[in-house]
Ligand binder design. Structure first.
Ligand SMILES: CC(C)(COP(=O)(O)OP(=O)(O)OC[C@H]1O[C@@H](n2cnc3c(N)ncnc32)[C@H](O)[C@@H]1OP(=O)(O)O)[C@@H](O)C(=O)NCCC(=O)NCCS
Length: 201
């Protein structure tokens, strides 16, 4: 049997999985957070509220992308990521990530998800290079990508007009020979359940 294009990817804490129809309702619940949408280049003062129609279209957009996964944390859908612009001849592609739950930011989830996608890109997908573009004010995304091994390779000057000002895009890249997969400490084994002596007596 051939390997599915987007298998479940997990490190035991974060799970990347193919989108499913119930993600539309989950996306609606997450709403639109100005702080997050600003990182995609939207003026935070003009972020529209989410509608059910929007959430449905968001789900459909993930579902038709062959290399889009949703990010699950504690069994909840909290965002999405995708590999796009694949060039098979040069074995390179770009990736984009968005955690959409403001409460889930800054907890290491993005770093874990980026590691999962990098390991998959250089493993099953046999890519040699992964690129990402980050707006110059998105220090968290730069830090996250650096932690996974991406390096800043260039600046695309004044490529985004956001909140009344021009911003640069930072171009970051990771190549297979330089990638070291994440090593996380082993999780403590669960305590064995106490024998229910009384109940059985
Ligand atoms: C970018 C993103 C994926 C990072 O994921 P995250 O789970 O929030 O970030 P992490 O907790 O993994 O943090 C990674 C590093 O960023 C640093 N960081 C966290 N919050 C930060 C902040 N507000 N400013 C600067 N650095 C920050 C942390 O120090 C961490 O490094 P450390 O573990 O060595 O301390 C996530 O924040 C996100 O999706 N944001 C909204 C959309 C977006 O920016 N997408 C990226 C566009 S390319």
């Amino acid at each position: 049997m051939t390997q599915p294009l987007r298998p479940d990817l997990t490190d035991g804490v974060v799970r990347l999985r193919a989108p499913k129809p119930s993600d539309a309702a989950a996306r609606f619940k997450l709403g639109n957070t100005p702080e997050i949408h600003q990182m995609f280049g939207v003026d935070p003062k003009h972020v529209p509220g989410i509608t059910k129609d929007h959430a449905q279209k968001w789900y459909e957009a993930q579902a038709v992308e062959p290399l889009a996964w949703v990010i699950e944390y504690k069994k909840r859908m909290i965002g999405a990521l995708r590999i796009h612009s694949v060039n098979t001849w040069d074995a390179r592609a770009s990736f984009a990530i968005g955690i959409l739950d403001p409460k889930a930011l800054g907890k290491g989830i993005g770093t874990r998800a980026t590691h999962l996608i990098a390991a998959h890109a250089f493993g099953a997908l046999a890519l040699h290079r992964l690129s990402v573009r980050v707006l110059d004010f998105n220090a968290r995304a730069v830090a996250c990508c650096r932690k996974v091994g991406f390096v800043e390779e260039g600046i695309e000057r004044q490529s985004s007009f956001c909140a009344g000002d021009w911003h640069d895009s930072i171009l970051m890249g990771l190549i297979k020979p330089e990638y070291s997969p994440a090593v996380y400490p082993a999780r403590k084994p669960r305590k064995a359940a106490k024998p229910r002596a009384k109940a059985l007596a």
